[in-house]
Design a protein around this ligand. Structure first.
Ligand SMILES: Cc1cc2nc3c(=O)[nH]c(=O)nc-3n(C[C@H](O)[C@H](O)[C@H](O)COP(=O)(O)O)c2cc1C
Ligand code: SF4
Length: 518
């Protein structure tokens, strides 16, 4: 019988040697005269165990990790004999890290062959589209609205409302745009799903197209993601061949064409209007709103622009019903969030779970604390524009409103952990510097404010007139927060002010002792 072995082809796994492991396994099997099929999957998201290799058995897939090209031979022996091995992790689905998750969006990631439409279908793929084709536009929109899905790109805007606006717009052409720019620090969920289950993104976009009456779509991927570009292009070709993309989808009257566009690389090109400028072939500069992209988007036409994860959540909602999705979560944050654990953390990776889990559970329990073994001091949630939370705020549940109430944001679900060696004044400076470097330059509070912010924090770090300069930083932050055109300038104050508020001791002597120090 042919032995089926699964090795990830995800960029994160390839970076730590998955290709070499697959090669050695193939050669070693040939040498032993073993019949072997090596299936290249996506990653299950347990990155500290990559390359994680699995073998199909009667008990399920048995996982080994982290495997290297040097121990792959002995791992193959253990796969054949079923005997013990130091890298044997057990049945993959039973690993506590996976078992604790609620994988609605990532259910197939790490399981299927992302290049195989048949494998996608065999694991429940395209059931959502099949149901969508039986519904009217209003029927699809009702499901998306009732699911409570909010955009996973950062702003958390209700997806149903956005789609409805585009559906109601009257135009000769409408577009669907997938935002795969994924610029937030510590985030990789978009990349992972595009590489590990690209058809789910295509299916979600196709359902969107049918719901709003769009005929053309683009996936805008950052150039740093060549594996994701390849995976999406291969899946688009396969979907077209399979009749689920292109003209007369699934034998229906709907047509939808899809193309990948590669961004040249700028954080601000993830901002939706800047992305549209870039897609149209111009420099990525933010457009003033209104008009909203839903009314006047790509090439001036009504456009749905959503994050990769927003589209990827749609097939489950259409297949299993809005309630099945909305049953998870808390408050107005419904469903699941693919949370990305990164930075100085022992168990870094992707953890999809219902909203409501606390930050402390995620960092200490799921993530296992810091990689260095030192105490956790700060956690930045939501990318470079997210606030730094100290341990005292670890009881905050993962929920849009709960984070906002504490002057934070969950953004795209990235968590970056820092141990007690972090200098928070340096981090505040970094936030301002990042904004200065990435600013599109259209508005003054962001363009000038961020540069003045860097200079002023430098003065504070040098101990120059600390209290006065702290007041200047606060004033600058208020100007940026309320006067910027987009969230790059508008949210940079969050990391800066949270560092000041929660880690004041890193910014020089406390008030009262200032004069003595100056
Ligand atoms: C500076 C900046 C960068 C952004 N980067 C991204 C990004 O990389 N990916 C993304 O989906 N949204 C990003 N956004 C949010 C988008 O503007 C937009 O809200 C999102 O694509 C809408 O999709 P959603 O409703 O599915 O979240 C960014 C916003 C700003 C202000
Ligand atoms: S806030 Fe910054 S990035 Fe946004 S429009 Fe203004 S200058 Fe451009």
């Amino acid at each position: 019988m042919t032995m089926r072995v699964f090795v990830s082809r995800d960029a994160g796994a390839v970076a730590v040697g998955a290709d070499e492991v697959a090669l050695v396994l193939g050669l070693a099997a040939a040498k032993r005269g073993l019949e072997i099929e090596i299936v290249r999957t996506g990653s299950r998201g347990l990155y500290w165990l990559e390359p994680m290799v699995e073998v199909a058995t009667r008990q399920g897939r048995i996982a080994f990790g982290p495997v290297t090209e040097f121990n792959a031979n002995s791992v193959l022996d253990a796969m054949v004999s079923g005997g013990p091995h130091p890298l044997r992790l057990g049945v993959a689905d039973q690993l506590s890290w996976l078992k604790r998750q609620t994988r609605l969006t990532f259910a197939r990631c790490g399981v299927i062959d992302p290049r195989s439409l048949d494998d996608y279908r065999a694991h429940g793929g395209y059931k959502g589209l099949e149901r969508a084709l039986t519904l009217t536009s209003d029927g699809i929109l009702a499901d998306v609205s009732a699911s409570g899905l909010r955009g996973r790109g950062g702003a958390g805007f209700p997806t149903g409302i956005k789609w409805k606006t585009v559906a109601q717009a009257v135009a000769d052409r409408k577009y669907i745009v997938c935002n795969a720019d994924e610029g937030d620090s510590g985030t990789f969920a978009d990349r992972m799903i595009m590489e590990g289950d690209p058809f789910v993104v295509i299916e979600g976009m196709t359902i969107a197209a049918i719901a709003v009456g769009a005929t053309k779509g683009y996936i805008y991927i950052r150039s740093e993601y060549p594996h994701a570009v390849d995976a999406m292009n291969a899946a688009i070709t396969a979907a077209k061949r399979g009749g689920t993309l292109g003209t007369r989808i699934g034998g229906s009257s709907h047509s939808f064409d899809l193309e990948v566009r590669v961004g040249a690389g700028a954080y601000v090109c993830g901002e939706e209007t800047s992305l549209l400028e870039s897609l149209e072939g111009r420099r990525g500069i933010v457009r003033a709103k209104p008009p909203l992209p839903a009314h006047k988007g790509l090439f001036g036409k009504p456009t749905v622009i959503n994050n990769v994860l927003s589209f990827a959540a749609i097939p489950f909602i259409l297949d299993h019903g809005a309630k099945a999705y909305a049953d998870y979560g808390m408050g107005r944050s419904r469903g699941t969030m693919p949370i990305q654990l990164a930075g100085n953390i022992r168990n870094g990776g992707l953890f999809e779970t219902a909203f409501g889990i606390t930050l402390g559970e995620l960092v200490d329990d799921v993530g296992g604390g810091t990689f260095t073994g030192r105490p956790v001091r700060a956690v930045q949630v939501g990318g470079p524009l997210g606030a730094y939370f100290p341990r005292e705020l670890f009881d905050t549940p993962f929920d849009y409103e709960a984070f906002a109430a504490r002057d934070g944001l969950i953004g795209h679900g990235g968590i970056v952990v820092f141990d007690d060696s972090v200098d928070m004044a340096k981090q505040a400076r970094f936030a301002m510097e990042f904004c200065a470097v990435e600013s599109c330059g259209k508005c003054t509070p962001c363009r000038i404010g961020s540069t003045r912010g860097v200079e002023t924090i430098d003065k504070i770090r040098r101990g120059e007139r600390v209290s006065e300069n702290l007041a200047v930083v606060e004033d600058l932050c208020n100007t940026m927060k309320f006067g910027s055109l987009c969230a790059l300038g508008g949210f940079t104050p969050y990391p800066v002010m949270s560092a000041l508020k929660h880690f004041r001791e890193d910014f020089g002597p406390a008030p009262g002792r200032l004069e003595a120090a100056e």
